[in-house]
Design a protein around this ligand. Structure first.
Ligand SMILES: Nc1ncnc2c1ncn2[C@@H]1O[C@H](COP(=O)(O)OP(=O)(O)OP(=O)(O)O)[C@@H](O)[C@H]1O
Ligand SMILES: [Mg+2]
Length: 691
């Protein structure tokens, strides 16, 4: 029974193979993992798992096509698979066929002529095309292909599939494509449109090389929403980059670029465009670059300098109670951060004393962690100074001495008095240009804290711009404060923009990185070779993108929104450019123009009536090259007396421009076409998009 004969011995491996097969069947394969639970093939669709698919095949193409003519199909906003199969054909076979076809068509036309019938225009057109193709094939200018195009729509249910099919058909007919559903062949259609390279439908149409080439979907990403403001022009396809930052998960934005790359220019453009849609804009402007823009838009320009009229008390409380939040505790934390910058290096002992002193300073004014007490008048820096002096030990006396410059020294005027200023104007710009360099970060932090306190008081759509953010990012404490704002801004309908030229410094701190990851919009302008590696590592840039950033011109760069990014160029209308440029040459030209207008105005009524300036028509100043004046001439001739700005500032801004130049700038802003220009594609006709 157990004896094996020769024959049996030869067949020994068989049971072994079966065993192996069984074993292998029990192993998890890729097919097991990716296979759908079920497939149901219907007449008009196929269901794979819980998704429904419907395949269309193209039966007719337009007579003429232009490059990238399939782009609307590629950009169709419904998930779909598109597959194309191109089969090269030998020209001699095709030529025989065409010759036969041509003869047929000529015979048809001849017959119609003999019967005295009107010639069928479709046959005439087809004959014309066939003769042209015949000639090109014979000369070897073109080659011949067979081309099949399948489109498979996918949807979650049949209703959605029906709806998507309707939209697809409308789209296809708009680009003159005739398509039909692959009824009863949905499985073959589905397989033809997944990346297997198998044309199981095989429904090709004839095409020559040129037509086939123009069918290739060269497309690039577009970043356009149907609302928002225009950021620039997509450098690849010339489309507009329109974005509503408030619609993203947070409205924050960072702008990185080397000095002179066009950061402030881009931000100013954005400010103008947001402002027109009623967003309240607050700017911290350390370099004093936003003044002409502010005056032109009727905004309030608040300058901080020793002896300026505007006062801000860093001890202000928002007076707003939020569930689970200790307002006083938060304020003391932020004062702590501020004082660490003011006082320089302090150790743990100093820190503890400072904390006690701050609590005591508020307590002396009757303010405690009870929200009801927090509407009382807040203490001043001087009160803290006195408390520290009163503590009568070496450490606190040392702290008091270091604080002295705020009470008696150069900063005493601005930050040691009760606030006499409120943000009322829809555009408020705080300039710290008048302060010494070392004091600027302190002032910026105080202003930022003041703004943050105000912003939390009432909910409004706001944009807060922090230009030259590196002033704050170089101190850990102020960087952490900016990060805190970036994190919480969304809850207060606030969008924070931070711009910096010091990318290395910004990104070398954890706070900088955190601000970046809390910003849905990121704009990279021209980078310096020393910083490009860091930037490309953080933004995962490709080599081409690195090159683009190194070689880009002023105002050019990459625009990131969420996961997508495009190459962008910021463009301004001529009247916008006049208001926002910081080119010294252009500024000098502009000052000269203002001087001439001023001079002319002084001969008119403007001197006697400074409150309601009447501007003489500047077109009287003859300068044929002067396009600005041409822009001015029109609105001024129709609106000779200009309106005052919408809201009078609480505190008169320093160095107010002369009445005439004020009106001059208002005139620029009051051009009737201003609000519509940035968002109207046709308004950009004078801008040459890169195609
Ligand atoms: N898109 C643009 N089109 C035309 N001119 C531009 C554009 N962007 C910037 N400029 C001009 O380039 C110069 C530098 O721009 P800007 O002041 O915005 O640079 P920046 O990046 O803010 O530099 P910094 O870091 O030194 O402040 C200015 O004269 C400005 O008018
Ligand atoms: Mg700048």
């Amino acid at each position: 029974m157990f004896k094996k004969n020769k024959h049996e011995a030869k067949e020994m491996p068989k049971p072994q193979t079966e065993k192996n097969t069984k074993f292998e069947r029990g192993i998890n394969s890729i097919t097991d993992i990716i296979a759908p639970p079920s497939i149901e093939v219907d007449f008009g669709h196929i269901r794979v798992g819980d998704k429904f698919y419907r395949t269309y095949f193209v039966v007719g193409y337009p007579r003429f096509v232009s490059p990238n003519w399939l782009e609307p199909l590629i950009d169709f906003d419904q998930s779909l698979n598109i597959s194309m199969f191109a089969y090269p054909t030998t020209s001699s076979d095709v030529l025989d066929n065409i010759r036969r076809k041509v003869a047929e068509m000529q015979a048809t036309l001849q017959q119609q002529e003999e019967d005295n019938k009107v010639l069928d225009p479709r046959v005439s057109a087809a004959l014309e095309d066939a003769l042209a193709v015949q000639e090109e094939l014979a000369k070897g200018i073109e080659r011949f292909f067979q081309f099949s195009l399948y489109i498979t729509l996918m949807a979650d249910d049949q209703k959605e599939l029906g709806e998507a099919s309707r939209r697809l058909k409308t789209l296809l007919s708009s680009i003159l494509i005739m398509a039909k559903p692959a009824t009863l062949q949905m499985e073959a259609g589905f397989k033809a449109s997944i990346p297997l390279g198998q044309d199981q439908l095989y429904l090709p149409r004839n095409m020559d090389t040129t037509s086939l080439a123009s069918t290739f979907p060269f497309t690039s990403a577009t970043l356009t929403q149907d609302k928002g403001v225009m950021y620039g022009i997509n450098q690849l396809n010339g489309s507009l980059i329109i974005f509503d930052r408030y619609s993203l998960e947070n409205g924050n934005e960072v702008v990185f670029g080397k000095s002179g790359a066009g950061k402030s220019y881009l931000i100013k453009l954005e400010i103008m465009r947001h402002f027109m849609f009623g967003t309240e804009v607050i700017v911290i402007d350390p370099e004093g670059e936003y003044s002409s823009l502010t005056h032109a838009l009727g905004g309030e320009y608040v300058e901080f300098a020793p002896g300026s009229a505007v006062k801000i008390n860093p001890f202000d409380l928002s007076g707003r109670y939020e569930e689970g939040q200790n307002e006083l505790g938060l304020k003391i934390l932020s004062l702590h951060a501020l004082l660490r910058i003011v006082l320089g290096e302090i150790d743990a002992q100093h820190d503890a004393i400072l904390d006690r002193a701050l609590v005591e300073t508020y307590r002396l004014r009757g303010i405690t962690s009870d929200p009801a007490t927090q509407t009382k008048q807040p203490p001043l820096m001087e009160d803290l100074y006195k408390v520290l002096l009163g503590m009568e030990d070496e450490t606190s006396r040392d702290l008091a001495l270091r604080l002295e410059k705020f009470i008696k020294g150069s900063m005493s005027g601005i930050f040691n008095q009760q606030s006499n200023f409120d943000i009322k104007n829809p555009l408020t710009v705080f300039s710290t240009k008048g302060l010494e360099d070392q004091l600027r970060p302190v002032a910026m932090q105080i202003i930022l804290d003041f703004i943050w306190t105000k912003v939390r008081k009432d909910l409004k759509k706001r944009l807060l711009v922090l230009d030259e953010a590196w002033y704050l990012m170089k101190y850990d404490d102020s960087a952490s404060f900016v990060h805190g704002i970036a994190k919480r801004a969304r809850k207060y309908y606030l969008a924070l923009t931070t711009a910096t030229q010091d990318v290395q410094d910004f990104l070398s701190t954890d706070y900088g990185k955190a601000i970046l990851s809390n910003s849905s919009l990121q704009i990279l302008l021209k980078q310096s070779p020393t910083e490009i590696d860091l930037v490309s590592e953080i933004f995962y840039l490709s080599d081409q993108e690195k090159q683009l950033l190194l070689a880009s011109g002023v105002g050019e760069g990459l625009f990131f929104a969420g996961l997508s990014h495009v190459a962008m160029r910021a463009v301004a209308a001529p009247f916008e450019h006049e208001l926002i440029t910081s080119n010294p040459e252009e500024l000098l030209r502009r000052q000269e123009k203002e001087r001439i207008i001023d001079q002319d105005a002084s001969f008119g009524v403007a001197k006697e009536m400074p409150q309601a300036p009447q501007i003489i028509n500047p077109s009287a100043v003859s300068d044929p090259m002067d396009d600005l004046e041409q822009a001015l001439a029109k609105p001024l001739s129709t609106q000779p007396v200009l309106q005052p700005p919408p809201e009078a500032p609480t505190v008169k801004a320093q160095s107010a421009p002369s009445a005439a130049s004020d009106a001059f700038e208002q005139a620029l802003f009051q051009q009737p076409q201003v609000p519509s220009i940035p968002l109207q594609p046709q308004a950009n006709q004078d801008v040459k998009p890169v195609t």
